[in-house]
Design a protein around this ligand. Structure first.
Ligand code: ADP
Ligand code: ZN
Length: 364
């Protein structure tokens, strides 16, 4: 029998995250999330051929009166544009979508962000059900209501907070996820253990091989726990005014690496987001040990675990520390008091600090 785990996101914008095998074939569960008769499935060119028929058939069987269409973008971060956003709105128009229509975001973070933003804007906001198919989207981007598209000037510059109606994570879809994307998602899983839960970090150490081998029970456990931590932070701080910034552990360094490489991870030439975060977490942990805030052996453990998961743990060759530092100063998470970091205080613990000494940052 299939076990379905559920994680509740509380607070003012409450919704449920369901995690389990073959959930995309569960028409009753999907249909239950729809308020009206109109639904648009948004997906990308890799995922739609694999899973869109399944979702649509399940929905049609459960709701024969449904007016259902599909909008598919080419895969890749470079498609998260205002132009694609406009096309998505046009698709809602051609569907005849009313205020009770639903957008179903079937895909990774790119699809989730774009579809979520279209849902946030169509008639000033309609329901979006997130159906994440990448590990990264399951443990991070599908939860929390951040939606956006990129501009040539920078990533995620145009967007809205628009919490989903529900998140339904079908773990069976992870079987077709490319290896590199799986490992990128595992970096974010490690992040939750590193900052919130030493016991979870220990569990990941004991299940690294199972996770890499895509053992469904291990993945489901890792996703559920990650979602619990994310849900907890999001419920306390839905608009990222405070606590939610904890989730940026490894991201100040990580974003600097990604932007210095021109987000080349999507073309395979640079690090992708998860890989950059893996390097960023090691650097943040080293910074914490240099400042005397975390034990060196904890930083060593974190680095060893990321290496076992096939993730990079050092700044890519050719990137100058000074230019990374310059990028960090421009990071939107930096504030008037200077560089802002999630400072690690050892396995399972972290805090947010402003005004970190730039000399110490350069040394790590
Ligand atoms: P993210 O890592 O934020 O989820 P994307 O949305 O770009 O980023 O997804 C990463 C890549 O993996 C894309 O090329 C996407 O089409 C592909 N992908 C996502 N989920 C699956 C899946 N279950 N099977 C195969 N490919 C997938
Ligand atoms: Zn991230």
């Amino acid at each position: 029998m299939n076990t379905v785990r559920t994680v509740k996101v509380g607070g003012d914008y409450h919704y449920t995250i369901a995690i389990g095998a073959d959930l995309l074939a569960d028409g009753a569960r999907l249909a239950h999330m729809l308020r009206g008769r109109h639904a648009l499935v948004v997906s990308d060119g890799n995922i739609a051929p694999l899973y869109a028929d399944r979702v649509e058939a399940a929905l049609r069987a459960a709701r024969p009166d449904l007016v259902l269409q599909r909008f598919v973008i080419p895969p890749g971060e470079q498609e998260k544009t205002l132009a694609r956003f406009g096309e998505c709105l046009e698709a809602l128009a051609s569907l005849g979508a009313t205020r009770d229509a639903t957008v179903l975001a079937l895909g990774g973070g790119v699809v989730g962000d774009l579809a979520g933003f279209a849902a946030a804007c169509w008639m000033r906001g309609i329901d979006c059900v997130q159906l994440p198919t990448s590990l990264l989207a399951m443990v991070d981007s599908s939860v929390g209501g951040k939606t956006a598209v990129d501009l040539p000037a920078g990533k995620n510059l145009v967007g809205a907070f628009h919490p989903p109606r529900a998140v339904i994570a079908d773990t069976s879809t992870l079987r077709t996820l490319p290896d590199r994307e799986l490992r990128a998602g595992l970096a974010e899983v490690v992040k939750y253990g590193a900052i919130f839960d030493a016991h979870f970090l220990h569990w990941i150490e004991g299940h690294a091989e199972a996770l890499l081998a895509r053992d469904e029970a291990a993945l489901a456990h890792a996703i559920a726990l990650s979602c619990e931590y994310k849900a907890d932070v999001v419920a306390r701080d839905p608009f990222e005014h405070g606590d939610r910034a904890m989730l940026n552990f490894g991201h100040t360094f990580g974003h600097a690496i990604e932007s210095e490489q021109g987000y080349a991870g999507t073309t395979g030439e640079g690090l992708n987001h998860g890989e950059a975060v893996a390097v960023g977490m090691v650097l943040a942990a080293r910074l914490a040990t240099a400042l005397g805030m975390a034990p060196t052996e904890d930083a060593d453990r974190l680095q060893a675990l990321l290496q076992r998961l096939g993730l990079p743990t050092a700044i890519p060759v050719g990137l100058a520390p000074e230019s990374l530092l310059a990028r960090m100063r421009l990071d939107k998470k930096a504030d008037a008091r200077g560089l802002r970091f999630v400072l690690w205080t050892g396995a399972g613990k972290a805090c947010i600090t402003s005004g970190v000494d730039e000399g110490a940052v350069l040394r790590v």
